[in-house]
Write a protein that binds this ligand. Structure first.
Ligand SMILES: C[S@@+](CC[C@H](N)C(=O)[O-])C[C@H]1O[C@@H](n2cnc3c(N)ncnc32)[C@H](O)[C@@H]1O
Length: 488
């Protein structure tokens, strides 16, 4: 992806600075990008994000290559420059279809201890740019080091992918994942599926938008009514607004296999922003529809979204019902702001209440305190998880995950599931969902929940596990559980 000149000159150093911070403090990437504020134009910001995401997506491979080429690890500012340049080299190679570089064409070796300097036109530009940037971001001495290292990096990063049955550590390095995670996936999914997953995670993720029907327009006053005071629920009266005529989907939206979801081609940010502000679209992966489809909220129903923030699925529930009542609950904290914004966009026919509280701490009491029902015919529980299904989008997740998270998350997930189950009315349904593809957080949690329930109280009616390499979208799992009317 060649960048416009202005994006190269400002986005590039901005990306290097953010990456230096990431190396130093491992801040979350979404928060790092938010810290840019309005300092870059839309195009520059998009380019900066592309470079930061790419460098972090390929961090393991680039950093291992750098490690072979230098005797001492460079300081963060310089290492960040090398990471951006390394990503540009990987991208340049992918764009020409993984064609061999001039060095490998000539049959020279790229042995790690004796990497061959590779210089072709594109590589020369990447080297030159990295050197010039290092002079500004670090020092002339470091720029000389960058000059030598990036040339050699081009050779090391040109090495072909490992064979299909390569050992876990080789796969982990080439595809930039922690080795313990690759081992776990090999054990769960086998070699072919793990390879497909690793390749999937290393691709840039498309941007998807869900087109919201004009019938989903909120009441005129809903945006202001839904600005809650801290800690209180926000009852929002259903308005009786007449539905407006359907607005056509923009011609440049690329249809997908999933009804209502469109791929947004790059370069349309100025057109996207007003659509987002008007609530005409919501940016979300097609995988997000699955738990809501399993829940199948019907017009006029009362629905609880137990782990609602930032509200992507709450909005989808409301759009599916068009009329009804939705109670959205989440912990007080930073995510509530986005939830409020999204709840303000529900269709006029949906009455919505936001409850800030802990689902595991007497939620029925909290709901009653706010004069809300404490039994629901339909409950969605979209729990916090490892996010192993969405690593293509969330590039830093793999570097934050710890092996122990696969023991911690299921405990929290089971506790939340048991708490949510108490809020389901007899005969009602509960959808438990995750963005994880790992059995510990999916099948195992549901099995343990069913094993611990009173005999006959719950039935697993349906479930859907999405594996990205098969589904063609993000991964995750959703389980539809039914509470019997009269358990034995
Ligand atoms: C995966 S996110 C939910 C995403 C959301 N369903 C959406 O589609 O936008 C999980 C949410 O669970 C919330 N959560 C975690 N523990 C909770 C608890 N004890 N009570 C209520 N919410 C909780 C987190 O704050 C987080 O917002």
């Amino acid at each position: 992806m060649s960048a416009p000149v202005e994006a190269r000159t400002t986005a590039w150093p901005a990306a290097a600075r953010l990456l230096a911070r990431w190396l130093d403090r491992r801040e979350r990437v979404d928060e790092l990008l938010e810290s840019l504020g309005g300092s870059l134009t839309g195009t520059e910001r998009a380019r900066c994000q592309h470079l930061v995401f790419g460098a972090i997506r390929h961090f393991g491979r680039i950093d291992a290559a750098i490690g072979r080429l230098v005797s001492h690890s460079p300081r963060f500012a310089t290492r960040a420059v090398l990471l951006v340049a390394g990503f540009e080299l990987i991208e340049a190679r992918a764009e020409r279809g993984g064609a061999p570089t001039r060095a490998s064409e000539a049959g020279t070796t790229n042995a790690p201890d004796q990497p061959t300097p590779v210089v072709d036109g594109r590589v020369a530009k990447i080297v030159h740019h990295a050197v010039e940037q290092t002079k500004q971001l670090a020092s002339p001495a470091e720029a000389r080091m960058v000059n030598a290292v990036v040339r050699k990096l081009a050779g090391v990063l040109a090495e072909p992918p490992p064979p299909k049955l390569a050992p876990a550590d080789v796969l982990a390095e080439y595809f930039s994942h922690p080795v313990w995670l690759v081992r776990s996936w090999l054990a769960q999914f086998g070699a072919a599926a793990t390879r497909a997953l690793l390749e999937w995670n290393q691709q840039p993720a498309p941007v998807y938008a869900r087109w919201r029907s004009s019938f989903a327009e909120p009441a005129e006053d809903k945006l202001s009514v839904a600005a809650p005071t801290e800690g209180n629920p926000v009852p929002v009266e259903a308005a009786k607004a007449a539905p407006k005529a359907e607005e056509p989907v923009p011609a440049w939206f690329k249809p997908t296999a999933w009804a209502g979801f469109f791929e947004i081609p790059p370069g349309h940010w100025t057109e996207i922003e007003p659509l987002l502000q008007r609530g005409r679209i919501y940016l979300q992966d097609p995988a997000t529809r699955i738990p809501v489809e399993l829940l199948a909220p019907a017009a006029g129903e009362l629905v609880l979204d137990g782990c609602a923030a930032p509200g992507g699925k709450s909005l989808l529930i409301a759009d599916s019902m068009r009329q009804g009542r939705l109670v959205a609950m989440d912990l007080p904290g930073a995510r509530i702001g986005r939830l409020k914004e999204n709840l303000a966009r529900v269709p006029a026919g949906v009455e919505v209440a936001l409850v800030q509280g802990d689902l595991r701490q007497d939620p029925a009491g909290l709901l009653r305190e706010h004069k809300l029902p404490a039994q629901f015919p339909a409950v969605l529980l979209d729990v916090p998880c490892s996010n192993t299904g969405v690593m293509r989008h969330r590039v830093d997740v793999k570097w934050r995950l710890q092996e122990g998270d696969f023991r911690k998350h299921p405990l929290q997930q089971l506790a939340l599931l048991r708490a949510a189950a108490r809020l389901v009315a007899p005969g009602g349904r509960l959808v438990y969902s995750t963005c994880s593809i790992d059995t510990e957080e999916n099948e195992h949690v549901v099995q343990e929940f069913l094993a611990g329930a009173r005999p006959g109280e719950w039935k697993l009616e349906n479930h859907q596990i999405s594996r990205p390499w098969e589904a063609g979208h993000d991964g995750g799992a959703a389980f539809l559980l039914r509470k019997n009317t009269a358990p034995s």
